[in-house]
Ligand binder design. Structure first.
Ligand code: KG4
Ligand code: ZN
Length: 338
């Protein structure tokens, strides 16, 4: 069966077509980064309006690229939450209306489930069970993933998410939005060890995180005096070293605690090169395999939503009759099951 997927929870519009037998047929994405840049962050109302503009052209592109027609679609998956209410409503309303007109059911999907399952789109997918480190702009969580719909929360951040910490720290250093990629690029120019920042909760003995103190530590450095370009790069490097060290330490601890040998990294921060370098090196020494989604599937996209919808149906989730719907801007992942 063909599953059409829509993602619109934040500042990316994603559409994809997934074949339960053949895998991903096509996907298309529009990022609103350029539009939000002038404001230093996502403006929810602008995001919603842009999703309206982008959805149909992206859908046409996906159908053209796959050579398939709407009449062949068997079900429509879309992100029901969590995310920006208005942005979610655009995707949900479009998906439900299209499904109604086609006479097919829908599969509302949890955005983070999409991220958790996204490594399965890879040519070298992990096998269940595995531990997943979910590091995005809104979330930092360690989960035990036993099967589709079976997710156990092992630990999470008490305050800022890892991506949020990258974004806020980038802002403090005068870098543009989105801050994560800009900050990590600047960090590459820095001298490792030149600026030593705290490793929050590194020795807390549990799998919880806290990143807001790190941002404050950077603020203190920035406030004291005007930093030269090299000093800024050193602070960026010190920040990245601290955040990466804590993420790596707790992720490997989680894999060990669960008695497993596979770690999956999902979410936008999973694109961070230093995080990948450190994880690969330290995991290899312990015989742990680390899986990353392809870079294009690390950040928000429609393919992971179409995939999650397809896998949910395969796992026995009853499809929903198209028509009425509600979005869930706040939605703990632990609440979902098959
Ligand atoms: O998963 P995602 O696209 O959206 C959410 O669901 O939040 O993640 C976006 C986050 C942003 O905070 C962005 O700054 C961060 O991922 N990010 C990075 C990198 N690329 C994206 N953070 C650090 N290093 C990167 N290379
Ligand atoms: Zn996301």
């Amino acid at each position: 069966m063909l599953i059409l997927g829509f993602e619109s929870s934040c500042d990316e519009t994603g559409v994809a077509l997934y074949d339960q037998e053949r895998g991903l047929l096509a996907h298309a994405l529009h990022s609103q980064v350029a539009m939000h840049r002038d404001y230093g962050g996502v403006v929810p109302e602008l995001a919603s309006r842009d999703h309206i503009r982008r959805t149909i052209p992206l859908l046409r592109k996906v159908l053209d690229e796959s050579g398939r027609s709407l009449g062949e679609v068997g079900a429509i998956a879309y992100t029901q939450g969590p995310g920006l209410a208005g942005a979610l409503l655009v995707g949900a309303a479009f998906a439900e209306a299209l499904a109604t007109s086609l006479g097919v059911p829908t599969v509302p999907v949890h955005h983070l489930e999409g991220h958790l399952l996204s490594p399965l789109l890879s040519s070298r997918p992990p096998r269940f069970p595995f531990v997943a480190l979910l590091v995005s702009g809104g979330h930092t969580q360690l989960m035990r993933v036993s099967a589709v719909g079976e997710y156990e929360l092992l630990g999470e951040t008490l305050d800022d998410a890892a991506g949020e910490a990258f974004d806020k720290t980038a802002k403090l250093l005068g870098l543009g939005y989105p801050g994560g990629p800009a900050l990590s690029a600047l960090a590459e120019q820095g001298t490792p060890g030149a600026v030593k920042l705290p490793r929050p909760m590194a020795n807390s003995g549990d799998l919880m995180f806290s990143f807001s103190g790190l941002k404050t530590a950077v603020l203190t450095q920035v406030r004291e005096r005007t930093l030269s370009a090299q000093e800024k790069a050193d602070v960026a490097c010190g920040f990245q070293e601290a955040i990466v060290e804590v993420l790596v330490k707790k992720s490997l601890q989680a894999v060990k605690d669960c008695g497993l040998k596979q770690l999956v990294v999902a979410g936008g921060v999973g694109a961070n090169r230093e995080l990948r370098r450190q994880l690969d090196a330290k995991a290899a020494r312990r015989g742990i395999e680390v899986y990353y989604p392809e870079l294009e599937f690390c950040t928000d996209n429609g393919a992971m939503i179409a995939l999650a919808g397809a896998l949910r149906l395969q796992a026995g989730t009853a499809p929903k009759a198209a028509g009425s719907f509600a979005v869930r801007p706040r939605w703990p992942l632990a609440e979902i099951s098959v």
